[in-house]
Design a protein around this ligand. Structure first.
Ligand code: FAD
Ligand code: NAI
Length: 478
Protein backbone atom coordinates (compact mmCIF):
# COMPACT_ATOMS: atom_id res chain seq x y z
CA UNK A 1 0.00 0.00 0.00
CA UNK A 2 1.26 3.49 -0.82
CA UNK A 3 2.47 5.30 2.29
CA UNK A 4 0.88 8.74 2.77
CA UNK A 5 2.24 11.71 4.71
CA UNK A 6 1.09 15.24 5.44
CA UNK A 7 4.57 16.53 4.62
CA UNK A 8 7.52 15.02 2.77
CA UNK A 9 10.87 16.77 3.19
CA UNK A 10 13.44 15.99 0.50
CA UNK A 11 16.97 16.15 1.93
CA UNK A 12 18.14 15.83 5.54
CA UNK A 13 20.63 18.71 5.67
CA UNK A 14 20.18 21.53 8.20
CA UNK A 15 17.26 22.93 6.19
CA UNK A 16 15.47 19.60 5.74
CA UNK A 17 16.01 17.91 9.09
CA UNK A 18 15.05 21.04 11.03
CA UNK A 19 11.93 21.53 8.84
CA UNK A 20 10.98 17.89 9.51
CA UNK A 21 11.42 18.23 13.28
CA UNK A 22 9.46 21.50 13.49
CA UNK A 23 6.66 20.08 11.31
CA UNK A 24 6.48 16.97 13.53
CA UNK A 25 6.36 19.17 16.65
CA UNK A 26 3.38 20.94 15.09
CA UNK A 27 1.48 17.66 14.73
CA UNK A 28 1.97 16.75 11.06
CA UNK A 29 2.82 13.24 9.91
CA UNK A 30 6.25 13.77 8.39
CA UNK A 31 8.68 11.81 6.25
CA UNK A 32 12.18 12.94 5.36
CA UNK A 33 14.02 11.41 2.44
CA UNK A 34 17.82 11.20 2.20
CA UNK A 35 20.16 9.27 -0.11
CA UNK A 36 23.53 10.60 0.99
CA UNK A 37 26.49 8.16 1.32
CA UNK A 38 25.18 4.95 2.80
CA UNK A 39 27.13 3.86 5.85
CA UNK A 40 28.48 0.43 4.95
CA UNK A 41 27.78 -1.17 8.34
CA UNK A 42 24.52 0.44 9.30
CA UNK A 43 23.08 0.55 5.79
CA UNK A 44 21.78 3.98 6.71
CA UNK A 45 22.13 7.28 4.88
CA UNK A 46 24.30 9.87 6.67
CA UNK A 47 21.95 12.61 7.83
CA UNK A 48 22.91 16.27 8.26
CA UNK A 49 23.68 17.15 4.64
CA UNK A 50 26.71 19.15 3.56
CA UNK A 51 26.85 20.92 6.91
CA UNK A 52 27.48 17.84 9.02
CA UNK A 53 29.22 15.59 6.51
CA UNK A 54 31.38 17.82 4.33
CA UNK A 55 30.98 21.39 5.57
CA UNK A 56 30.52 23.41 8.73
CA UNK A 57 31.07 20.76 11.40
CA UNK A 58 34.09 18.83 10.04
CA UNK A 59 35.75 22.05 8.93
CA UNK A 60 35.30 23.68 12.32
CA UNK A 61 36.75 20.58 13.99
CA UNK A 62 39.87 21.00 11.83
CA UNK A 63 39.93 24.74 12.55
CA UNK A 64 39.94 24.01 16.30
CA UNK A 65 42.67 21.34 16.07
CA UNK A 66 44.92 23.46 13.89
CA UNK A 67 44.42 26.53 16.12
CA UNK A 68 45.31 24.47 19.19
CA UNK A 69 48.45 23.22 17.43
CA UNK A 70 49.52 26.68 16.32
CA UNK A 71 48.90 28.19 19.74
CA UNK A 72 50.79 25.42 21.53
CA UNK A 73 53.69 25.51 19.10
CA UNK A 74 54.09 29.26 18.77
CA UNK A 75 52.10 31.42 21.19
CA UNK A 76 52.50 30.15 24.73
CA UNK A 77 55.91 31.59 25.59
CA UNK A 78 54.45 34.97 26.61
CA UNK A 79 52.41 33.10 29.24
CA UNK A 80 55.66 31.69 30.60
CA UNK A 81 54.87 28.26 29.20
CA UNK A 82 57.63 26.42 27.39
CA UNK A 83 56.61 23.59 25.12
CA UNK A 84 59.20 21.74 23.12
CA UNK A 85 58.81 19.32 20.27
CA UNK A 86 55.17 20.00 19.43
CA UNK A 87 53.97 17.68 16.67
CA UNK A 88 50.66 17.12 14.92
CA UNK A 89 49.27 13.68 14.15
CA UNK A 90 47.02 14.49 11.20
CA UNK A 91 45.48 11.01 11.19
CA UNK A 92 44.39 11.44 14.83
CA UNK A 93 43.09 14.93 14.05
CA UNK A 94 41.01 13.49 11.19
CA UNK A 95 39.76 10.68 13.44
CA UNK A 96 38.57 13.25 16.02
CA UNK A 97 36.76 15.12 13.23
CA UNK A 98 35.08 11.88 12.09
CA UNK A 99 34.01 11.08 15.66
CA UNK A 100 32.34 14.49 15.94
CA UNK A 101 30.58 14.03 12.59
CA UNK A 102 29.41 10.50 13.47
CA UNK A 103 28.10 11.67 16.83
CA UNK A 104 26.15 14.52 15.25
CA UNK A 105 24.71 12.57 12.32
CA UNK A 106 23.67 9.84 14.77
CA UNK A 107 22.06 12.57 16.88
CA UNK A 108 19.73 13.41 13.99
CA UNK A 109 18.70 9.74 13.68
CA UNK A 110 17.78 9.92 17.38
CA UNK A 111 15.83 13.17 16.89
CA UNK A 112 13.90 11.60 13.99
CA UNK A 113 12.92 8.64 16.17
CA UNK A 114 12.00 10.94 19.06
CA UNK A 115 9.77 13.06 16.83
CA UNK A 116 8.31 10.05 14.98
CA UNK A 117 9.63 11.22 11.62
CA UNK A 118 9.74 8.48 8.97
CA UNK A 119 13.16 8.30 7.33
CA UNK A 120 12.89 7.28 3.68
CA UNK A 121 16.24 5.94 2.52
CA UNK A 122 16.82 6.84 -1.10
CA UNK A 123 16.70 9.48 -3.78
CA UNK A 124 13.46 11.39 -4.28
CA UNK A 125 12.04 12.34 -7.63
CA UNK A 126 8.63 13.76 -8.41
CA UNK A 127 6.35 11.31 -10.21
CA UNK A 128 3.41 13.71 -10.57
CA UNK A 129 0.42 15.26 -8.85
CA UNK A 130 -2.40 13.45 -7.06
CA UNK A 131 -5.85 14.78 -6.17
CA UNK A 132 -4.66 16.14 -2.83
CA UNK A 133 -0.92 16.39 -3.22
CA UNK A 134 2.05 14.78 -4.91
CA UNK A 135 3.41 11.36 -5.78
CA UNK A 136 7.14 10.97 -5.20
CA UNK A 137 9.33 8.01 -6.12
CA UNK A 138 12.04 7.09 -3.61
CA UNK A 139 14.82 5.10 -5.25
CA UNK A 140 17.14 3.45 -2.74
CA UNK A 141 19.43 0.49 -2.32
CA UNK A 142 16.38 -1.63 -1.50
CA UNK A 143 14.50 -0.78 -4.68
CA UNK A 144 11.85 1.81 -5.43
CA UNK A 145 8.84 2.98 -3.48
CA UNK A 146 6.18 5.53 -4.37
CA UNK A 147 4.87 7.70 -1.52
CA UNK A 148 2.19 10.38 -1.48
CA UNK A 149 2.43 13.69 0.41
CA UNK A 150 0.04 16.62 0.64
CA UNK A 151 2.91 19.11 0.89
CA UNK A 152 6.55 18.83 -0.11
CA UNK A 153 9.54 20.78 1.15
CA UNK A 154 12.55 20.56 -1.18
CA UNK A 155 15.81 20.92 0.77
CA UNK A 156 18.30 19.31 -1.58
CA UNK A 157 21.12 21.78 -0.89
CA UNK A 158 24.13 22.44 -3.09
CA UNK A 159 27.35 20.94 -4.40
CA UNK A 160 30.77 22.39 -5.20
CA UNK A 161 31.12 24.35 -8.42
CA UNK A 162 34.00 23.18 -10.60
CA UNK A 163 35.82 25.10 -13.34
CA UNK A 164 37.07 24.11 -16.79
CA UNK A 165 40.65 22.81 -17.07
CA UNK A 166 40.84 21.92 -13.38
CA UNK A 167 39.60 18.37 -13.02
CA UNK A 168 38.65 17.54 -9.45
CA UNK A 169 39.62 13.98 -8.40
CA UNK A 170 39.23 14.63 -4.66
CA UNK A 171 42.64 13.13 -4.01
CA UNK A 172 45.10 15.66 -5.41
CA UNK A 173 42.74 18.31 -6.82
CA UNK A 174 39.97 18.61 -4.30
CA UNK A 175 36.73 20.41 -3.61
CA UNK A 176 35.40 20.54 -0.05
CA UNK A 177 34.82 16.76 0.03
CA UNK A 178 38.46 15.79 -0.55
CA UNK A 179 40.02 18.82 1.10
CA UNK A 180 38.55 17.84 4.46
CA UNK A 181 40.22 14.43 4.27
CA UNK A 182 43.93 15.16 3.72
CA UNK A 183 45.95 12.54 5.57
CA UNK A 184 48.95 14.82 6.02
CA UNK A 185 49.62 18.53 5.79
CA UNK A 186 50.65 19.41 2.23
CA UNK A 187 54.01 21.12 1.89
CA UNK A 188 52.67 23.44 -0.78
CA UNK A 189 48.95 24.00 -1.06
CA UNK A 190 47.24 25.90 -3.87
CA UNK A 191 43.73 27.24 -3.39
CA UNK A 192 41.53 28.58 -6.18
CA UNK A 193 39.06 31.14 -4.77
CA UNK A 194 39.66 33.45 -1.79
CA UNK A 195 36.12 33.03 -0.49
CA UNK A 196 34.93 31.49 2.75
CA UNK A 197 36.09 27.90 2.12
CA UNK A 198 39.41 28.98 0.60
CA UNK A 199 40.26 31.17 3.57
CA UNK A 200 39.07 28.72 6.24
CA UNK A 201 40.70 25.62 4.74
CA UNK A 202 43.76 27.56 3.58
CA UNK A 203 44.21 28.75 7.18
CA UNK A 204 43.81 25.22 8.58
CA UNK A 205 46.68 23.84 6.48
CA UNK A 206 48.81 26.97 6.87
CA UNK A 207 48.61 26.56 10.67
CA UNK A 208 49.81 22.99 10.21
CA UNK A 209 52.83 24.08 8.19
CA UNK A 210 51.74 24.26 4.54
CA UNK A 211 52.92 27.07 2.31
CA UNK A 212 49.57 28.30 1.01
CA UNK A 213 48.92 30.32 -2.15
CA UNK A 214 45.38 31.49 -2.85
CA UNK A 215 44.45 32.50 -6.40
CA UNK A 216 41.43 34.79 -6.66
CA UNK A 217 39.78 36.04 -9.85
CA UNK A 218 38.37 39.25 -8.34
CA UNK A 219 40.60 42.32 -8.14
CA UNK A 220 39.53 43.05 -4.56
CA UNK A 221 39.76 40.91 -1.44
CA UNK A 222 36.63 39.74 0.47
CA UNK A 223 34.33 42.09 -1.40
CA UNK A 224 31.22 41.10 0.57
CA UNK A 225 32.72 42.10 3.94
CA UNK A 226 32.92 45.66 5.22
CA UNK A 227 35.87 47.45 3.59
CA UNK A 228 37.66 48.13 6.91
CA UNK A 229 37.37 44.46 7.84
CA UNK A 230 38.65 43.25 4.45
CA UNK A 231 41.62 45.64 4.71
CA UNK A 232 42.46 44.45 8.23
CA UNK A 233 42.01 40.79 7.25
CA UNK A 234 44.29 41.15 4.20
CA UNK A 235 46.97 42.71 6.41
CA UNK A 236 46.72 40.00 9.10
CA UNK A 237 46.56 37.05 6.69
CA UNK A 238 49.63 38.35 4.84
CA UNK A 239 51.47 38.61 8.17
CA UNK A 240 50.49 35.01 8.93
CA UNK A 241 52.03 33.91 5.64
CA UNK A 242 48.95 33.31 3.45
CA UNK A 243 49.88 34.38 -0.08
CA UNK A 244 46.81 35.81 -1.77
CA UNK A 245 47.01 36.76 -5.45
CA UNK A 246 44.10 38.87 -6.69
CA UNK A 247 42.85 39.47 -10.21
CA UNK A 248 44.22 36.20 -11.62
CA UNK A 249 42.90 34.09 -14.47
CA UNK A 250 43.24 30.35 -14.01
CA UNK A 251 44.53 28.27 -16.92
CA UNK A 252 45.19 24.55 -17.08
CA UNK A 253 45.90 22.44 -13.98
CA UNK A 254 48.10 19.42 -14.73
CA UNK A 255 49.04 16.48 -12.56
CA UNK A 256 52.85 16.14 -12.37
CA UNK A 257 55.17 13.68 -10.61
CA UNK A 258 55.48 16.04 -7.64
CA UNK A 259 51.82 17.00 -7.54
CA UNK A 260 50.08 19.66 -9.61
CA UNK A 261 51.09 22.60 -11.71
CA UNK A 262 48.53 25.33 -12.32
CA UNK A 263 48.93 27.90 -15.04
CA UNK A 264 47.58 31.35 -14.22
CA UNK A 265 47.78 34.90 -15.52
CA UNK A 266 48.33 37.64 -12.93
CA UNK A 267 46.60 41.03 -12.79
CA UNK A 268 49.32 42.52 -15.04
CA UNK A 269 48.78 39.87 -17.71
CA UNK A 270 52.01 37.96 -16.92
CA UNK A 271 51.82 34.18 -17.08
CA UNK A 272 52.90 31.96 -14.17
CA UNK A 273 52.95 28.33 -13.06
CA UNK A 274 52.12 27.45 -9.47
CA UNK A 275 53.56 24.11 -8.37
CA UNK A 276 51.95 22.47 -5.36
CA UNK A 277 51.25 19.04 -3.92
CA UNK A 278 47.52 19.59 -3.29
CA UNK A 279 45.02 21.97 -4.86
CA UNK A 280 41.69 23.05 -3.39
CA UNK A 281 38.99 24.36 -5.72
CA UNK A 282 36.62 26.59 -3.75
CA UNK A 283 34.89 28.84 -6.26
CA UNK A 284 31.34 28.75 -4.93
CA UNK A 285 28.54 26.20 -4.91
CA UNK A 286 25.67 25.33 -7.22
CA UNK A 287 22.15 24.30 -6.22
CA UNK A 288 21.39 20.61 -6.28
CA UNK A 289 18.29 19.70 -8.28
CA UNK A 290 19.63 16.59 -10.05
CA UNK A 291 17.14 13.72 -10.23
CA UNK A 292 14.24 15.71 -8.73
CA UNK A 293 12.27 15.60 -12.00
CA UNK A 294 10.78 19.02 -11.25
CA UNK A 295 8.99 19.06 -14.64
CA UNK A 296 6.57 16.40 -13.37
CA UNK A 297 5.05 19.03 -11.04
CA UNK A 298 5.40 21.97 -13.43
CA UNK A 299 8.51 23.49 -11.84
CA UNK A 300 11.72 24.67 -13.40
CA UNK A 301 14.94 26.20 -12.15
CA UNK A 302 16.12 29.74 -12.92
CA UNK A 303 19.12 30.51 -15.15
CA UNK A 304 21.53 29.91 -12.21
CA UNK A 305 19.94 26.58 -11.28
CA UNK A 306 18.02 27.74 -8.19
CA UNK A 307 14.37 26.86 -7.59
CA UNK A 308 12.50 30.20 -7.67
CA UNK A 309 10.55 30.93 -4.45
CA UNK A 310 8.77 33.88 -2.85
CA UNK A 311 9.58 35.43 0.57
CA UNK A 312 7.86 32.47 2.24
CA UNK A 313 9.80 29.87 0.25
CA UNK A 314 6.70 28.88 -1.74
CA UNK A 315 7.48 27.69 -5.27
CA UNK A 316 5.28 28.29 -8.32
CA UNK A 317 3.58 24.92 -7.62
CA UNK A 318 1.05 25.38 -4.78
CA UNK A 319 1.91 22.96 -1.95
CA UNK A 320 5.61 22.69 -2.84
CA UNK A 321 8.16 24.76 -0.92
CA UNK A 322 11.93 24.98 -1.28
CA UNK A 323 14.48 26.07 1.33
CA UNK A 324 18.20 26.40 2.03
CA UNK A 325 21.01 26.32 -0.52
CA UNK A 326 18.68 25.26 -3.36
CA UNK A 327 16.99 28.70 -3.28
CA UNK A 328 18.12 32.35 -3.39
CA UNK A 329 19.91 34.00 -0.49
CA UNK A 330 23.11 33.19 1.39
CA UNK A 331 24.25 29.55 1.40
CA UNK A 332 24.39 29.26 5.19
CA UNK A 333 23.23 26.49 7.49
CA UNK A 334 21.41 28.82 9.90
CA UNK A 335 19.56 30.47 6.98
CA UNK A 336 18.47 26.99 5.77
CA UNK A 337 17.33 26.06 9.29
CA UNK A 338 15.32 29.25 9.75
CA UNK A 339 13.61 28.74 6.40
CA UNK A 340 12.74 25.17 7.44
CA UNK A 341 11.12 26.40 10.64
CA UNK A 342 9.31 29.18 8.76
CA UNK A 343 7.76 26.81 6.20
CA UNK A 344 6.66 24.29 8.84
CA UNK A 345 5.00 27.05 10.87
CA UNK A 346 3.35 28.55 7.77
CA UNK A 347 1.86 25.14 6.96
CA UNK A 348 0.48 25.04 10.52
CA UNK A 349 -1.28 28.37 9.93
CA UNK A 350 1.19 30.52 11.86
CA UNK A 351 2.65 33.79 10.55
CA UNK A 352 6.43 33.42 10.75
CA UNK A 353 8.79 35.82 9.02
CA UNK A 354 12.53 35.94 8.27
CA UNK A 355 14.40 39.22 8.13
CA UNK A 356 17.16 38.32 5.68
CA UNK A 357 19.02 41.50 6.65
CA UNK A 358 19.71 40.15 10.14
CA UNK A 359 21.26 36.84 9.09
CA UNK A 360 24.81 36.85 10.46
CA UNK A 361 27.88 35.80 8.48
CA UNK A 362 30.99 34.27 10.01
CA UNK A 363 34.36 33.35 8.52
CA UNK A 364 36.31 31.03 10.81
CA UNK A 365 39.80 32.34 10.20
CA UNK A 366 42.26 33.60 12.83
CA UNK A 367 41.02 36.02 13.89
CA UNK A 368 37.39 35.30 13.13
CA UNK A 369 35.36 37.63 10.93
CA UNK A 370 31.65 38.14 11.53
CA UNK A 371 29.05 40.61 10.44
CA UNK A 372 25.35 41.34 10.28
CA UNK A 373 23.45 43.98 8.32
CA UNK A 374 24.89 46.47 5.88
CA UNK A 375 28.50 47.32 5.14
CA UNK A 376 29.78 50.89 5.10
CA UNK A 377 30.26 50.74 1.31
CA UNK A 378 26.64 49.62 0.86
CA UNK A 379 25.33 52.49 2.98
CA UNK A 380 27.54 54.96 1.11
CA UNK A 381 26.35 53.75 -2.30
CA UNK A 382 22.72 53.95 -1.12
CA UNK A 383 23.32 57.55 -0.02
CA UNK A 384 22.26 56.58 3.52
CA UNK A 385 22.98 59.07 6.33
CA UNK A 386 24.96 56.98 8.85
CA UNK A 387 27.31 57.22 11.83
CA UNK A 388 30.28 54.95 12.60
CA UNK A 389 31.75 53.71 15.88
CA UNK A 390 34.86 51.54 16.16
CA UNK A 391 36.64 49.94 19.07
CA UNK A 392 39.87 47.90 18.90
CA UNK A 393 40.32 44.65 20.85
CA UNK A 394 43.79 45.97 21.80
CA UNK A 395 41.96 48.25 24.29
CA UNK A 396 39.84 45.42 25.75
CA UNK A 397 41.13 43.86 28.98
CA UNK A 398 39.77 40.39 28.29
CA UNK A 399 41.36 40.30 24.81
CA UNK A 400 44.68 41.34 26.37
CA UNK A 401 44.39 38.59 28.98
CA UNK A 402 43.67 36.04 26.27
CA UNK A 403 46.56 37.34 24.20
CA UNK A 404 44.23 37.86 21.23
CA UNK A 405 44.31 41.60 20.62
CA UNK A 406 43.97 41.74 16.84
CA UNK A 407 40.99 43.37 15.19
CA UNK A 408 38.06 45.56 16.17
CA UNK A 409 34.31 46.00 16.35
CA UNK A 410 32.71 48.48 13.97
CA UNK A 411 29.11 49.59 14.33
CA UNK A 412 27.07 51.53 11.80
CA UNK A 413 23.90 53.35 12.84
CA UNK A 414 21.36 55.58 11.13
CA UNK A 415 22.43 59.23 11.19
CA UNK A 416 19.04 60.42 12.41
CA UNK A 417 17.24 57.57 14.20
CA UNK A 418 20.39 55.87 15.57
CA UNK A 419 18.97 52.44 14.54
CA UNK A 420 21.79 49.94 14.14
CA UNK A 421 22.32 49.21 10.43
CA UNK A 422 25.31 46.90 10.57
CA UNK A 423 27.91 45.45 12.93
CA UNK A 424 31.27 44.16 11.70
CA UNK A 425 33.74 42.29 13.86
CA UNK A 426 37.20 40.97 13.15
CA UNK A 427 38.64 39.43 16.28
CA UNK A 428 38.68 36.51 18.65
CA UNK A 429 35.28 34.82 19.17
CA UNK A 430 33.58 37.10 16.63
CA UNK A 431 31.29 34.13 15.80
CA UNK A 432 29.73 34.28 19.26
CA UNK A 433 29.90 38.05 19.70
CA UNK A 434 27.91 38.72 16.53
CA UNK A 435 24.80 37.10 18.06
CA UNK A 436 24.28 40.14 20.30
CA UNK A 437 24.34 42.40 17.25
CA UNK A 438 21.91 40.16 15.33
CA UNK A 439 19.50 40.16 18.28
CA UNK A 440 19.77 43.93 18.63
CA UNK A 441 19.01 44.41 14.94
CA UNK A 442 16.12 41.94 15.06
CA UNK A 443 14.60 44.16 17.77
CA UNK A 444 15.54 47.27 15.75
CA UNK A 445 17.69 48.54 18.60
CA UNK A 446 19.57 51.82 18.46
CA UNK A 447 23.29 52.07 19.21
CA UNK A 448 22.26 53.85 22.40
CA UNK A 449 20.30 50.74 23.49
CA UNK A 450 23.54 48.74 23.38
CA UNK A 451 25.54 51.59 24.93
CA UNK A 452 23.12 51.65 27.90
CA UNK A 453 23.08 47.87 28.41
CA UNK A 454 25.31 46.60 31.22
CA UNK A 455 27.91 44.19 29.77
CA UNK A 456 29.98 41.79 31.88
CA UNK A 457 33.55 42.81 32.77
CA UNK A 458 36.07 41.74 31.72
CA UNK A 459 34.59 40.34 28.54
CA UNK A 460 35.05 40.64 24.80
CA UNK A 461 31.43 41.82 24.60
CA UNK A 462 32.50 45.12 26.16
CA UNK A 463 34.10 45.92 22.79
CA UNK A 464 30.62 45.90 21.24
CA UNK A 465 29.33 48.31 23.87
CA UNK A 466 32.37 50.54 23.39
CA UNK A 467 31.80 50.57 19.60
CA UNK A 468 28.22 51.65 20.30
CA UNK A 469 29.49 54.40 22.61
CA UNK A 470 32.03 55.42 19.96
CA UNK A 471 29.14 56.19 17.57
CA UNK A 472 28.36 59.08 19.88
CA UNK A 473 32.07 59.82 20.36
CA UNK A 474 31.95 58.75 23.99
CA UNK A 475 33.89 55.46 24.11
CA UNK A 476 35.18 55.20 27.66
CA UNK A 477 38.33 53.16 27.23
CA UNK A 478 39.78 54.71 24.11
P1 FAD B 1 22.55 20.45 2.37
O1 FAD B 1 23.22 20.55 3.67
O2 FAD B 1 23.40 20.45 1.15
O3 FAD B 1 21.67 19.11 2.43
C1 FAD B 1 20.95 18.67 1.34
C2 FAD B 1 20.71 17.18 1.50
O4 FAD B 1 19.78 16.75 0.51
C3 FAD B 1 21.96 16.34 1.30
O5 FAD B 1 22.15 15.49 2.40
C4 FAD B 1 21.68 15.54 0.02
O6 FAD B 1 22.25 14.24 0.06
C5 FAD B 1 20.16 15.47 0.04
N1 FAD B 1 19.56 15.30 -1.29
C6 FAD B 1 19.83 15.99 -2.43
N2 FAD B 1 19.04 15.56 -3.43
C7 FAD B 1 18.25 14.60 -2.92
C8 FAD B 1 17.23 13.78 -3.47
N3 FAD B 1 16.83 13.89 -4.74
N4 FAD B 1 16.63 12.86 -2.65
C9 FAD B 1 17.02 12.73 -1.35
N5 FAD B 1 17.97 13.50 -0.78
C10 FAD B 1 18.58 14.42 -1.56
N6 FAD B 1 27.38 27.30 6.61
C11 FAD B 1 27.35 27.95 7.80
O7 FAD B 1 26.32 28.55 8.14
N7 FAD B 1 28.44 27.95 8.63
C12 FAD B 1 29.58 27.33 8.31
O8 FAD B 1 30.54 27.35 9.09
C13 FAD B 1 29.64 26.64 7.06
N8 FAD B 1 30.76 25.99 6.70
C14 FAD B 1 30.79 25.31 5.51
C15 FAD B 1 31.96 24.67 5.14
C16 FAD B 1 32.03 24.01 3.93
C17 FAD B 1 33.31 23.30 3.54
C18 FAD B 1 30.90 23.97 3.07
C19 FAD B 1 30.94 23.23 1.77
C20 FAD B 1 29.72 24.61 3.43
C21 FAD B 1 29.66 25.30 4.65
N9 FAD B 1 28.52 25.98 5.04
C22 FAD B 1 28.49 26.65 6.23
C23 FAD B 1 27.31 25.99 4.20
C24 FAD B 1 26.30 24.97 4.72
O9 FAD B 1 26.89 23.70 4.76
C25 FAD B 1 25.07 24.97 3.82
O10 FAD B 1 24.56 26.26 3.70
C26 FAD B 1 24.00 24.06 4.38
O11 FAD B 1 24.45 22.74 4.54
C27 FAD B 1 22.76 24.08 3.47
O12 FAD B 1 21.79 23.26 4.02
P2 FAD B 1 20.68 22.57 3.11
O13 FAD B 1 19.84 21.79 4.05
O14 FAD B 1 20.04 23.58 2.24
O15 FAD B 1 21.47 21.59 2.14
P1 NAI C 1 32.55 31.79 -2.02
O1 NAI C 1 31.47 32.32 -2.87
O2 NAI C 1 32.63 32.19 -0.61
O3 NAI C 1 33.95 32.18 -2.65
C1 NAI C 1 34.34 31.79 -3.94
C2 NAI C 1 35.50 32.65 -4.37
O4 NAI C 1 36.03 32.11 -5.55
C3 NAI C 1 35.08 34.09 -4.66
O5 NAI C 1 35.96 34.97 -4.04
C4 NAI C 1 35.14 34.16 -6.18
O6 NAI C 1 35.43 35.44 -6.66
C5 NAI C 1 36.27 33.18 -6.46
N1 NAI C 1 36.24 32.62 -7.81
C6 NAI C 1 35.16 32.24 -8.54
N2 NAI C 1 35.55 31.74 -9.73
C7 NAI C 1 36.90 31.77 -9.74
C8 NAI C 1 37.89 31.39 -10.69
N3 NAI C 1 37.54 30.86 -11.88
N4 NAI C 1 39.18 31.58 -10.38
C9 NAI C 1 39.55 32.11 -9.19
N5 NAI C 1 38.65 32.52 -8.25
C10 NAI C 1 37.35 32.33 -8.52
O7 NAI C 1 32.49 30.20 -2.21
P2 NAI C 1 33.17 29.03 -1.41
O8 NAI C 1 34.34 29.49 -0.64
O9 NAI C 1 33.32 27.94 -2.40
O10 NAI C 1 32.05 28.61 -0.38
C11 NAI C 1 30.75 28.28 -0.85
C12 NAI C 1 29.72 28.71 0.10
O11 NAI C 1 29.72 27.85 1.24
C13 NAI C 1 29.94 30.10 0.68
O12 NAI C 1 29.43 31.08 -0.17
C14 NAI C 1 29.18 30.04 1.95
O13 NAI C 1 27.83 30.33 1.67
C15 NAI C 1 29.31 28.59 2.37
N6 NAI C 1 30.33 28.50 3.42
C16 NAI C 1 30.11 29.16 4.60
C17 NAI C 1 31.03 29.12 5.60
C18 NAI C 1 30.76 29.89 6.84
O14 NAI C 1 29.64 30.33 7.03
N7 NAI C 1 31.75 30.07 7.71
C19 NAI C 1 32.27 28.37 5.48
C20 NAI C 1 32.43 27.75 4.19
C21 NAI C 1 31.46 27.81 3.23
Amino acid sequence: MTRKFDILVIGAGPGGYIAAIRAAQLGFSVACCEFNAYDSQEHEPRLGGTCLNAGCIPLKALVASSEAYEKTAHSLSSHGITVNGVTIDVARMQQRKEEIVTRMTGGIQFLFRKNKITLLKGQASFAGKTETGFRITIGGNDGKEDVVAQKVIIATGSKARHIPNVKVDNVTICDNEGALKFTEAPKKLGVIGAGVIGLELGSVWRRLGAEVTVLEVMPSFLGSADESVSREAAKLFLKQGLRIKLGVRIGQAKLTEQGISIAFTDDQGAEHLLECDKLIVSVGRVPNTDHLNLEAVGLQTDERGFIPVNDHCATAAPGIFAIGDVVRGPMLAHKAEDEGVMVAELLAGQKPHIDYNTIPWVIYTTPEIAWVGKTEQQLRSEGHDYKTGMFPFAANGRALGLGDVEGFVKMLADGKTDEILGVHIIGVNASDLIAEAALAMEFRASSEDIARTCHPHPSLSEAIREAALAIDKRALNM
